[in-house]
Design a protein around this ligand. Structure first.
Ligand code: GLU
Length: 305
């Protein structure tokens, strides 16, 4: 590969980091080291309602405590709104976005009308049943004048059609790097997400748009992140083709689970790294806890940091 490898850890500061984050950061750092590349930290703070400055500063404190090092240039998504607006404008010009005012409950009511079992996306959320897809411009303007703020959704059928055309009829795929060095080509299936949100009501990007725009402009060559984001790669690859952005290699690492087999998360009560530290844990114990002796070789271990 001629380009310099660049990797990143991209936490959302809406809670303190837990062991799952420590694993994610370590996987990225290790692969960066193995490839002799750079390792960046990106603060994904587009959800302003849940972001706390204390969580942002804690991210750096916790990573430092763990002994990880990173490139000093930090990107904060909340400060990058014009960049996302420009990317969204490009999709607008292609006529691939439309406004949607629907609330979660309106979507649920429509999708389950008549006792129907709604279609679900890979995250288990109801697939948008299209309720505002054909809304007249006049009605859109009336609602905006009345103070309603729309989200922007992608016309999935049209987007896939255009992407397929750009790919010369070849399927949309992504490359998944496995720890043994093998790179598997996987077919992306964006359709299963339906008309996904590309711009939130309260921010000019959704997670999907922000992540592909930033991975591209930060020159990320290898996206390392948890297996829980594997299916989201469908939409990321679609957006990369539509926005003419480079295709990184992906590595979705194993997830840490609790005693009930659920993914560690703040909502499921995972203890934060700072809580562990306050009760006497050392960084070595954290690294030991996220190691899986059976799976160790799956995390790109290197002999020294
Ligand atoms: N900000 C996302 C999270 O904390 C990760 C995004 C990504 O790595 O693509 O789950």
């Amino acid at each position: 590969m001629s380009e310099l490898p660049v990797l990143r850890f991209a936490p959302s500061p809406n809670g303190y980091l837990h062991l799952g984050h420590a694993l994610s950061a370590r996987v990225g750092r290790q692969l960066a080291q193995k490839l002799r590349g750079k390792f960046l930290v990106r603060i994904e703070d587009i959800d302003q309602g849940r972001t706390r400055e204390a969580f942002v500063s804690a991210i750096f404190e916790d990573l430092e405590w763990l002994g990880l090092t990173w490139d000093p240039r930090i990107l904060r998504q909340s400060q990058e709104t014009p960049i996302y607006q420009r990317a969204a404008a490009h999709l607008h010009k292609l006529n691939l976005l439309y406004p949607c005012f629907a609330t979660r409950s309106e979507i649920a009511i429509t999708a389950t009308a008549g006792g129907r079992d709604p279609q679900r996306d890979p995250d288990g959320a109801i697939v948008y049943p299209g309720l505002h897809r054909g809304m007249q411009q006049q009605e859109v303007e009336r609602r905006i004048t009345a103070g309603e703020q729309p989200a922007m959704r992608i016309r999935m059928d049209a987007a896939m059609e255009l992407a397929t055309k750009r790919l010369g009829g070849r399927p949309l795929t992504f490359r998944e790097l496995h720890p043994n060095g093998e790179i598997e080509t996987i077919e992306a299936q964006p359709h299963r997400w339906g008309d996904a949100i590309i711009q939130r009501k309260d921010f000019p990007a959704s997670y999907h748009l922000a992540v592909v725009v930033d991975d591209a402009r930060q020159g990320i060559t290898h996206v390392t992140r948890g297996q829980d984001l594997f299916a989201a790669t469908d939409i990321h690859r679609l957006l990369q083709v539509l926005l003419d952005l480079p295709e990184p290699i992906y590595h979705h690492h194993r997830l840490l689970v609790d005693a009930n087999g659920n993914k560690l998360s703040k909502s499921s009560g995972a203890r934060s790294l700072r809580d562990l530290r306050n009760t006497g844990w050392t960084p070595a114990q954290v690294l030991e806890a996220i190691n899986d002796t059976h799976q160790n070789s799956r995390d790109f271990p290197v002999s020294s940091r």
